[in-house]
Write a protein that binds this ligand. Structure first.
Ligand code: NAD
Ligand code: MG
Length: 396
């Protein structure tokens, strides 16, 4: 068997380490060619010893120097920073690039991989939020296939195989509802950072865990689905499903609903992307249907989760709105993780940024074309940064 050659961007994160866990289980299937991390360089050094990549990228020159000393005698190329990341992604010939960087920092590398025509296992949802149209158009041009890692989108992808796009009635995204699905709105002022970081079903990185608590994550996923599956926002529905067993569904025009089910373990969707169209016999806990008992589905309580509604509005507004919202949200979540703002302030700040965007778009003195049209990756990043700066000034 020829091994599938992999680049793993963000290899020290939650998605990155889950991916490497699969590679560890199936050493005859995969060859790790390139790894990247931002700050956890010690952890990267351990990964280099175990998986022997040809090239790695770290955040800074100092980290690269440190790593160089550790692997002086080895045949290993070490690059650093944003430029290094693009170089590593574009120049390492692979069969699949796992895009596991968090936030808009993952945009340029994902685009570089798509430009090269590499297939992508896409975890970095911000890529689709900021520049979904550009990414999808470029992928069609270069023949790159984008396999969604995000569990909901992976479920939809699996539920679409063998069906016609024109027969889709709706895409239904399931949401666990996060740690506050049962907390009355009247008690939201008591929420602490620890409460918000305590997700009931999934073990993920901090940023996405906070986004799950506000349900911004589901809003970003609506935008992600809109581009990945080329479907209008009006045909995407969100339903609360507290068990996170049904990972999402497609409703067809004849009344059939097709879903993908499984335990909440990210290795399952990642393995699907790594091995497609084959299935890997993963060593993980198996779901026992008879022991599941009941599965629950409930409507979203919109008053409790204004971030979800805001993201859907941004999706409907289109243009720069999703990118601005994303940048603002990254700034607000970073401030929340540093305990500089309270949970309830997250939505308020984001609302003000979106209002500011509408004002700027109407203003005669607006010199920012990227707030009107996103035509390049640069535009998307500028819009994201505009939202980030607006949010930061409100936080300060
Ligand atoms: P994480 O915080 O655990 O890991 C992030 C990785 O990105 C790390 O390897 C880090 O070194 C790297 N990174 C961070 N900032 C960077 C920068 N400025 N430049 C280059 N690299 C940088 O995050 P995660 O939970 O693994 O999430 C990764 C992506 O996958 C996110 O977009 C998230 O929304 C998406 N996702 C994650 C899960 C999950 O279960 N964790 C599920 C669905 C989607
Ligand atoms: Mg998800």
């Amino acid at each position: 068997m020829t091994k599938k050659r992999l680049t793993i961007l963000g290899s020290t994160g939650s998605i990155g380490t889950s991916t490497l866990d699969i590679v560890r289980q199936f050493p005859n299937h995969f060859d790790v060619c390139a790894l990247s991390c931002h700050s956890r360089v010690q952890q990267l050094a351990e990964q280099i010893r175990e998986f022997h990549p040809d090239i790695v990228c770290v955040g800074s020159e100092e980290q690269a120097d440190w790593l160089q000393k550790q692997f002086a005698a080895k045949d290993l190329t070490i690059v650093y920073g944003d430029e290094g990341l693009i170089q590593l992604t574009a120049e390492t010939k692979v069969d699949l690039v796992v895009a596991g960087i968090v936030g808009s920092a993952g945009l340029r590398s994902t685009y570089a991989a798509i430009e090269r025509g590499y297939d992508i296992a896409l975890a970095n949802k911000e890529t689709m939020v900021l520049s979904g149209e550009l990414m999808v158009t470029k992928a069609q041009e270069t023949g790159s296939t984008i396999f969604p890692v995000d569990s909901e989108h992976n479920a939809i992808f699996q539920s679409l195989v063998g069906h016609q796009q024109s027969d889709i009635e709706k895409i239904i995204l399931t949401a666990s509802g996060g740690p506050f699905r049962d907390t009355p709105l009247s008690q939201f002022h008591q929420i602490t950072l620890q409460d918000a970081l305590n997700h009931p079903n999934w073990n993920m990185g901090n940023k996405i865990t906070i986004d799950s608590a506000t349900m911004m994550n589901k809003g970003l996923e609506v935008i992600e689905a809109r581009w990945l599956f080329d479907i209008p926002v009006s045909q995407i529905e969100v339903v609360i499903h507290r068990e996170s067993i049904v990972h999402s569904l497609v409703e067809y025009t004849d009344g059939s609903f097709i879903a993908q089910l499984g335990l909440p373990d990210m290795r399952i969707p990642i393995a699907f992307c790594l091995a497609y169209p084959a299935r890997l016999p993963l060593r993980s806990e198996k779901m026992k249907m008879a022991e599941l008992g009941k599965l629950h589905f409930e409507p979203v309580v919109w008053e409790k989760f204004p971030c979800l509604e805001m993201a859907i509005s941004a999706a409907n507004l289109g243009g720069a709105a999703p990118a601005v919202l994303n940048g603002a949200n990254e700034a607000v979540v970073a401030a929340y993780l540093e305990e500089r703002i309270h949970f309830l302030e997250i939505a308020g700040i984001l609302k003000k940024v979106l209002e500011q965007l509408c004002l700027s778009q109407k203003s005669q003195e607006n010199h920012y074309p990227f707030l009107h049209h996103i035509q390049t990756i640069d535009d998307a990043l500028k819009a994201d940064n505009w939202g980030r700066l607006e949010a930061q000034s409100l936080i300060n």
